[in-house]
Design a protein around this ligand. Structure first.
Ligand SMILES: Cc1cc2nc3c(=O)[nH]c(=O)nc-3n(C[C@H](O)[C@H](O)[C@H](O)COP(=O)(O)O)c2cc1C
Length: 215
C-alpha cells in the first residue's frame, strides 16, 4: 500500500463538533464550536475542550471555570458552523441562530434547549499546550431530551440525528454496523439485534451499568 507521509498534524477524524456554551463574569452568554474535545475518563466522568487564547470564549471559560457541551444534530448543523466562524465579540450567536437558552442545573451557564444532550462541566485544570489551552473538566450534570426516549426511558441519540465533522466537512451518521461488543456475541451479528439506545443517563432507575459506562 502506497502512503504519503506528512509532517505531524491532526488527522484524528471523524470527531464530534460540539457547541460549547459559556457565560462571562459580566453576564454575557456565548457559544463556540469546538472540535478538539473528547472523553478522558469514565469515573469520574471527565472531558476537555481545547480553546485558542484569542477566542472570545477563552477568557469566559478561564474566569468562571464553567462551560456546557451541547451535542449537535443535523438540524443544528448550520448553527454549529456559524458559531465556529463568527465571534461573540461581534454577534449574539443565540439570537442570530434563534437558539433557546435554558439555565443549567449546576453551573451558571446557559444550555442550548434545541440540543439533545447538554453536558455541564466544571474546569479542574488548564493546560497551556501551545496553540490551544486545554480545559480539563469534570462532568457535573448531563441532560438528555425526553423527545428521544422510548416508553422504557431508553435514550436514542441516533434518533436525534447527531453529526460528525471529518477533515473539514460535516456529515450525518451512516449505516449502523453493530452495537458495543457485537464482534464477540454468539449468534448475533449485532446488526439484527440492534437496540436503539442506551439507558437515560440521569434516570434514577438506571443502574449505570450499561456497556458505555463500563468502557
Ligand atoms: C468545526 C469547527 C471546529 C472548531 N474547533 C475549535 C476548537 O477545537 N478550538 C478552538 O479554539 N476553536 C475552534 N473552532 C473555531 C472557533 O469556533 C471560532 O474561532 C469561533 O468563531 C470562536 O468564537 P468566539 O470568538 O465567540 O469564542 C472551530 C470551528 C469550527 C467550524
Amino acid at each position: 500500500m502506497a502512503k504519503q507521509s506528512w509532517k505531524p498534524g491532526n488527522m484524528l477524524y471523524p470527531l464530534p463538533a460540539v457547541m460549547v456554551t459559556c457565560r462571562g463574569k459580566d453576564g454575557k452568554d456565548n457559544i463556540i464550536t469546538i472540535g478538539w474535545t473528547g472523553t478522558v475518563c469514565s469515573d469520574p466522568a471527565m472531558t476537555y475542550v481545547s480553546v485558542r487564547k484569542e477566542r472570545y470564549s477563552h477568557a469566559m471559560i478561564l474566569e468562571t471555570g464553567e462551560f456546557v457541551i451541547n451535542l449537535t444534530t443535523k438540524k443544528l448543523a448550520k448553527a454549529t458552523d456559524f458559531c465556529g466562524v463568527r465571534s461573540g465579540r461581534d454577534v449574539d450567536k443565540f439570537e442570530a441562530m434563534h437558539l433557546t437558552k435554558e439555565e443549567a442545573q449546576v453551573v451558571n451557564v446557559p444550555m442550548i434547549a434545541e440540543s439533545p444532550v447538554n453536558i455541564e462541566c466544571r474546569v479542574t485544570e488548564v493546560k497551556e499546550l501551545g496553540s490551544h489551552d486545554m480545559f480539563l473538566a469534570e462532568v457535573v450534570a448531563v441532560h438528555a431530551d425526553e423527545a428521544y426516549m422510548d416508553e422504557k426511558g431508553r435514550f436514542s441519540l441516533t434518533a436525534a440525528e447527531p453529526i460528525a465533522y471529518s477533515h473539514g466537512t460535516y456529515f450525518t451518521l451512516g449505516e449502523q454496523l453493530g452495537t458495543f461488543g457485537y464482534s464477540v456475541k454468539k449468534g448475533k451479528t449485532g446488526k439484527s439485534g440492534v437496540k436503539s439506545g442506551s439507558k437515560r443517563p440521569n434516570a434514577k432507575k438506571s443502574s449505570g451499568k450499561n456497556s458505555e459506562k463500563d468502557k
